[in-house]
Design a protein around this ligand. Structure first.
Ligand code: NDP
Length: 326
């Protein structure tokens, strides 16, 4: 028997309970894993609280990220004892995920734990960190260099934003952190490498089709009016890597930034990101993230605290990454 957080639905409400289950209850898979750590992302928060339609069938074990060791594998690429990481692929949404002591997964979804990284560190990165790296890479591929100008990061205190600020700073970019919590998190964001911190209220002013050109690029985790405002302030030939919807999923913008300034809007998805790009991103994160990142922007919690933190993350009250020890 082992411990799992199980989500069920009663009268259209999601109920989260810690249960003891056995291996025969796990869904079918090719690789059985002893989970060491999972993490709590915004999406996990939506799943556990039921505030978002994330879970596609009940009962469900949430947890879109996990790190652990292979117990047994039907796929030749993995052997017992191998350390692996999983992020995305609909795990924790349509297939039982990381918030259990064991998981049974498809081999194609896994990546080997990057050299020199622990499972806990991999979960401090998790989906959020992988997404941040993919966003930064998208800006690099679009030709944005440290000399191009400042890079704006919205939702900077969150999981994606805090890693994006760190990675950009490590690569020599001037990262300007946008946060709704300047008082609370301004200092931490500077420690992570933000060159400046600005209040979210500056991006909540009325949106003009074209505003003053302030930023060479941006990593946007907010969407909606915030992304529209950011687009209106991007400099000629600049680019925005858009990955999130913390402000909303709409986009009340015009074509003006695109057709008059050549601004590029780069969509970033980490969930179904192909293996080669995914592996390259993990390798790059392992190279770039400084040891200090792992001390600064992370809380470790027990599975029993997941529901409480799920509520907090969906209320925008969490700073940095949360890892769950199994
Ligand atoms: P977090 O909850 O950790 O961070 C989101 C941050 O956004 C908050 O910390 C807060 O930062 C800011 N924020 C909160 N509410 C609002 C609001 N109403 N308007 C503007 N900003 C707000 O989430 P993650 O970092 O895990 O994820 C960020 C977004 O990216 C989410 O929408 C998530 O769904 C998406 N995502 C997408 C992925 C992909 O593959 N495309 C993968 C992972 C995440 P502050 O207080 O500093 O303003």
């Amino acid at each position: 028997m082992f411990k799992a957080l199980i989500l069920n639905q009663q009268d259209k409400k999601t109920i989260a309970e810690i249960c003891q289950i056995d291996e025969s209850q796990l869904p079918e898979g090719e690789v059985l894993i002893d989970v060491d750590y999972s993490s709590l992302n915004y999406k996990d928060g939506l799943a556990i609280t039921g505030k978002g339609k994330v879970v596609r069938q009940f009962p469900m074990v949430p947890g879109i990220d996990l790190a652990g060791q292979v117990v047994e594998s039907k796929d030749a690429r993995y052997q017992a004892g191998d350390n692996v990481v999983l992020t995305g692929w609909g795990v924790g949404e349509g297939h039982w995920g990381g918030m259990a002591e064991k998981a049974n997964l498809q081999a194609d979804w896994l990546v080997p734990l990057p050299q020199g990284m622990t499972g806990k560190q991999a979960m401090m990165i998790g989906t959020a960190g992988l997404t941040a790296m993919l966003c930064v890479q998208a800006l690099v591929d679009a030709g944005i260099t440290p000399e191009s100008g400042e890079i704006l990061v919205t939702g900077a205190s969150g999981g994606v934003g805090s890693v994006a600020v760190t990675l950009l700073a490590q690569l020599g970019y001037r990262a300007v952190a946008v946060t709704g919590r300047v008082e609370e998190n301004g200092e931490l964001l500077k420690q992570l490498g933000a060159s400046r911190v600005i209040p979210r209220s500056e991006l909540e002013e009325p949106i003009r089709p074209l505003d003053k050109q302030l930023w060479a690029g941006a990593v946007d985790t907010a969407g909606s009016k915030i992304l529209a405002k950011v687009l209106s302030q991007i400099s000629y030939d600049g680019a925005v890597a858009a990955c999130g919807l913390a402000n909303g999923f709409d986009l009340p913008t015009t074509v003006m930034p695109f057709i008059l300034r050549g601004v590029k809007l780069l969509g970033v998805d980490s969930v179904s990101c192909p293996y080669a790009r995914r592996m390259a991103a993990w390798k790059r994160i392992a190279e770039i993230l400084p040891a200090s990142y792992y001390q600064q922007a992370c809380n470790e919690i027990e599975l029993e605290q997941a529901a409480e933190y799920a509520e907090a993350i969906t209320n925008g009250q969490v700073t940095g990454r949360i890892v769950i020890k199994l």
